[in-house]
Design a binder for this molecule. Structure first.
Ligand SMILES: [Zn+2]
Length: 155
């Protein structure tokens, strides 16, 4: 059985992630579902990047808020994720595609990623990526190349 980790995030960090995610709400492009979702990503450098969901009229071409927030982080040349915060009107969990996408970036630093699922009732859950995606697709073939993006010093 996997040992339960203690969440290293401070209340201030979580509040900042929520604040950044909320700032993206006006940009949500959710014309199909009208379901607006906002997300933010905390890096090991303490930077926070947010974005919202972008839907498409073609099924499968839209992008979840979580992946958009990660892409916004990458656009700023940062790759080490500590946490991802998602906000919507319910406890909609992060989808499998986003979990796998985030898992790739967890390999950059080799650290656990914390997922904060916040709803508009001012309630939230925090889980680890490993809890939500215990059997993730992994490859060892390009792990060295993936880790070369990390700013985290390894022994
Ligand atoms: Zn998703």
């Amino acid at each position: 059985m996997q040992k339960k980790l203690k969440c290293p995030l401070t209340k201030k960090q979580i509040e900042e992630m929520i604040s950044v995610a909320k700032k993206t709400r006006e940009f949500a492009f959710s014309h199909r579902s009208m379901h607006k979702i906002w997300a933010s990503v905390l890096t090991v450098d303490g930077e926070i990047f947010g974005w919202c969901n972008i839907e498409s009229v073609i099924s499968g071409l839209g992008t979840c808020a979580e992946r958009c927030a990660v892409d916004n982080m990458v656009a700023h040349w940062m790759y080490d994720i500590v946490a991802v915060c998602t906000i919507d009107s319910g406890h909609t969990p992060t989808c499998g595609a986003c979990l796998q996408y985030i898992m790739l970036f967890s390999q950059v630093s080799g650290q656990e990623v914390w997922l904060i699922n916040w709803n508009t009732d001012w309630d939230y859950e925090i889980k680890t990526l490993s809890e939500l995606l215990p059997e993730w697709y992994r490859t060892q073939s390009n792990l060295k190349a993936i880790r070369s993006y990390s700013k985290v010093k390894r022994k």
